[in-house]
Design a protein around this ligand. Structure first.
Ligand code: FMN
Length: 335
């Protein structure tokens, strides 16, 4: 299971200074990686050690790489979970040590100061999947942090192809008095290219405010001779749709809350959808291949059909109240 992922000068968003930028207040991104918790000899390189990534020549753990992306997109502060006991340098010996900890129900104490949890509302927890669940160090962290009671816990994990296993269930059961969001699992080989997926996941759980502010392109939307401004997110799906602009879609008003209309092409990019909207959302629905703009009733945000946010109207939404039952909407890149 030797993992070799060599990256050259790969752009990683480093953790921003503010912990207040996300949709759920202040964010901590705690992560555990084997690198930093094992007895790798000095000078170990990515070709001779498991679970290492190189970015600009620096070695970091696979999960740490993903954690930096999550930190950058949420404005969260990074915290490296480190165990007092170091794992062996030999990969098979780590597997054995992990099984031994599970069998004995042993939780290694953590080294270093714990974060001041009163500072945070949401806690992302990143880890490599070990034996189909989370490493014991992650359980140690949650327990040492009082079960993260009152926080919102958001797991994310990397793995070698077998998925998240029962790790989410284990994490949520260690934090019974915490809120939770569905996690994301990323195959280790795909971590360097996972940024788009991570953005879509963060957006689907309403935790990507910083990403949305930073990762947008401006567009104009014209309908009935009037112009609106908006932004498209920098996601693979939004980029695919943006490539068709200027794009005119005949849309009908529905339910006093949205205009929607069918596309004459079918985007090929798959993305996670959600069953709710915010006013101003521009969304794509794969179910009926439609684009929609939501403009009212965000206080009743639940939908019966999944939508994938691809952008947002930034102009005053009152204009939608004045439009007819069917209008041609033209989406174009802003000059
Ligand atoms: C002890 C141990 C157990 C593992 N068990 C699994 C597993 O059950 N399923 C899987 O897909 N990958 C498994 N892996 C692979 C890691 O999850 C994967 O390489 C991960 O991306 C490493 O992340 P890191 O560099 O942050 O430690 C295991 C690795 C180790 C060291």
């Amino acid at each position: 299971m030797l993992l070799l992922l060599v990256l050259s000068l790969c752009a990683v968003s480093l953790c921003g200074g503010s912990a207040r930028a996300s949709g759920e207040g202040r964010v901590l991104v705690a992560y555990f990686s084997l690198w930093g918790n094992s007895g790798y000899p000095e000078g170990a390189d990515a070709t001779s050690s498991a679970s290492l990534l190189e970015t600009g020549g620096t070695r970091i753990g696979t999960t740490e790489y993903a954690a930096r992306v999550v930190g950058g997109l949420t404005g969260g502060e990074l915290y490296a979970i480190r165990t007092t006991d170091k794992y062996p340098a030999d990969f098979d010996a780590v597997i054995e040590a992990n099984h031994d900890e599970i069998d004995r129900g042993y939780l290694s104490p953590l080294s270093g100061a714990l974060p001041d949890m009163s500072e945070y509302d949401a806690v992302f927890i990143g880890y490599p999947v070990w034996a189909n669940t989370a490493p014991r160090a992650v359980v140690s962290f949650i327990k040492e942090c009082g079960g993260l009671a009152g926080k919102t816990v958001v797991p994310f994990c990397t793995h070698d192809g077998y998925g998240s296993g029962r790790s989410y269930a284990e994490i949520f059961s260690a934090a019974p008095d915490a809120g939770r969001h569905e996690g994301i699992d990323i195959d280790a080989r795909g971590v360097p290219d996972a940024r788009g997926r991570i953005i879509e996941w963060l957006r689907s759980i309403g935790m990507a405010r910083k990403a949305e502010a930073a990762e947008t392109r401006k567009i104009t939307i014209t309908a009935a001779g009037r112009s609106l401004y908006g932004v498209l997110f920098d996601t693979p799906l939004a980029r695919e749709i943006a490539a068709r602009m200027p794009l005119t879609v005949s849309m009908v008003g529905y339910g006093g809350r949205e205009y929607y209309g069918g596309l004459d092409f079918t985007p090929q990019t798959e993305a996670e959808g959600r069953l709710r909207f915010d006013d101003g959302d521009i969304t794509y629905s794969p179910t009926n291949n439609t684009l929609a703009i939501f403009y009212a009733q965000t206080d009743r945000p639940n939908l019966t059909m999944e939508v994938i946010p691809i952008g947002r109207v930034t102009s005053d939404l009152k204009i939608f109240d004045t439009l007819g039952g069917r209008e041609d909407f033209t989406f174009a890149a802003a000059e």
